[in-house]
Each structure stands twice: as structure tokens, then as C-alpha cells.
Design a binder for this molecule. Structure first.
Ligand SMILES: [Zn+2]
Ligand SMILES: [Zn+2]
Length: 268
């Protein structure tokens, strides 16, 4: 299977490092044939909120220009795609759809980090500690998967980074998410930044064994995502190979392709 990664950040999000070019060079060193950039999307907030984990809307043209220049420069060596990682923020979704269209993005991936917006809600990766927040995580995941804009769900098991146990609620939440992904033919991302953090911090966060067992049972399709915030992670085969081996061990179907520009399908 060709080595492809659609989950790559840039320093614009303020918690990644390196130059855009460094990610391409590192991906080449790592043997990737396709590198998709999917930095944290900006949003056009209604109020004066200023996010600290994503580029400003004014930085979007520079991001697109930079990735497209690299795409042209590296043509024939590696395929470069231009996307964004986005939450499901109902009030701002029309802006996102319009932006995807007018800016001719290749794809959007769904990172269910906050809901209904980061203006008011805490980060699911730190705050999903009880059944009520878990419900909110699942509701947001289902709405986002259903909206038709996204090519896959990134780190579907993000809630297990803060949810205290893989209890009946966590199992039911996992099953609900997996069934929706299956119904919509949306791949679930096995997140390699999470795998790195599990090992580094000796935690059982995400990817979570229990979640992926359920994903395999439900017949879901998995896709590996590096979630690179540091260029060197793309050149390091360790977590890629381990993730692949784990998924193959679970017998889950793997894909390396995603739907590009799904917003062009049918009337919106
Ligand atoms: Zn990030
Ligand atoms: Zn990401």
C-alpha cells in the first residue's frame, strides 16, 4: 500500500514547528508518495474571540499559496494536497463550505476538538470526564460526520484521552461513532501523534485498544494519520509501522485514499 498522510500541520497553528518545506522534505525521507497539509482551520468568528490554536483567517491565503508553491516545486517527487482540519461549528459551517469551494481546497478532515465552538466550549481532549461531556462529544462527532464536508474523522477516540475509564458509556460511545462512520463510508483515523504520546507519557489515551476493537467489529475502515506538528515525525517509521501492524492484527480494513472535494457532490 502506498504511504500517504493527509494529516499535517504548519507553524501557523502556533503549536507546530518548522517551515512548510521541512514537512515535505521529511515526508520524502519517510517514503511518502502523498502528503496532505491539513492545518487547523481558521474560523470567521461572530465576536472578537481570538483563537490560540489555529491560524487567523488573514493567514489562510498565505498558507494556500505556500502549499501550492510546494506542490508545483515537488511535482513528480511527491503529490502534495491542500486541506484543513476542522471542527463542526454549526454557526460557522456555511463559511467553511464557502471557503472550501472558493479556495478550491482538496479536502477537509474532521477534528472533533470543541463543540459548538471553541469560543465557549473546552477541549474534548482534556474535558471529557463525565457522561454529559461524552454525550456532547458523540453528538458533535455524529453531526460532523453527517454534514458531508469531511473526508475522514481524525482521532475518533480523542475522548479517551480524558475520559477516566473504558466503561459502558465509553463502549457505547465508541460503538455509536463507529456505526455512523460505517454507515457513511467515512474512514476513521488511527492517530500516530496519539500513539507517540501514549508511549511517551505511559498513558492509555488514543488510539485506544478498546475503541479499535469495536471499530473492527463494526466493519469500519481505518486510515493512518501522522498528525505531524514536527517535521521529523514524518521521517520516523516507528509509529507508522507499529500502527499498521496493530490494525492488521485487528483485521480491520485499511485505506490510503479519501474522497476529495466531497462538497462538489450534489446540491448543498
Ligand atoms: Zn494541533
Ligand atoms: Zn491534527
Amino acid at each position: 500500500m502506498p504511504k500517504v498522510n493527509y494529516h499535517t500541520h504548519t507553524a501557523r497553528c502556533m503549536h507546530a514547528e518548522g517551515a512548510d518545506r521541512d514537512y515535505v522534505e521529511s515526508a520524502l525521507a519517510g517514503g511518502f508518495t502523498t502528503l496532505g497539509f491539513s492545518d487547523h482551520t481558521p474560523w470567521r468568528y461572530a465576536g472578537d474571540y481570538v483563537a490560540t490554536v489555529r491560524m487567523a483567517e488573514s493567514e489562510l491565503p498565505g498558507y494556500l499559496d505556500s502549499i501550492r508553491a510546494l506542490k508545483a516545486e515537488y511535482a513528480g517527487k511527491i503529490e502534495i494536497l491542500c486541506g484543513l482540519e476542522c471542527e463542526y461549528f454549526p454557526a460557522y459551517l456555511d463559511w467553511l463550505r464557502e471557503t472550501a469551494r472558493t479556495q478550491q481546497l482538496d479536502y477537509l478532515i474532521f477534528g472533533n476538538h470543541f463543540f459548538p465552538s471553541d469560543e465557549t466550549a473546552p477541549y474534548f481532549g482534556r474535558s471529557t470526564k463525565d457522561a454529559a461531556m461524552l454525550r456532547r462529544y458523540v453528538d458533535s462527532a455524529l453531526l460532523g460526520m453527517d454534514c458531508g464536508l469531511f473526508s475522514y474523522l481524525a482521532h475518533p477516540d480523542l475522548f479517551l484521552r480524558s475520559y477516566p475509564a473504558f466503561d459502558a458509556n465509553a463502549r457505547a460511545a465508541s460503538r455509536e461513532i463507529c456505526r455512523a462512520a460505517k454507515r457513511l463510508s467515512l474512514p476513521l483515523e488511527y492517530n500516530l501523534l496519539g500513539a507517540r504520546n501514549n508511549e511517551r507519557y505511559h498513558i492509555d489515551g488514543y488510539p485506544h485498544e478498546g475503541f479499535w476493537r469495536i471499530a473492527a467489529e463494526e466493519g469500519c475502515t481505518a486510515i493512518l494519520g501522522v498528525d505531524a506538528h514536527i517535521p521529523a515525525h514524518l521521517a520516523d517509521p516507528k509509529y507508522w509501522d507499529a500502527g499498521l501492524a496493530r490494525l492488521r492484527g485487528l483485521g480491520i480494513e485499511l485505506t490510503h485514499t479519501i474522497r476529495l472535494r466531497p462538497w462538489e457532490d450534489g446540491p448543498q
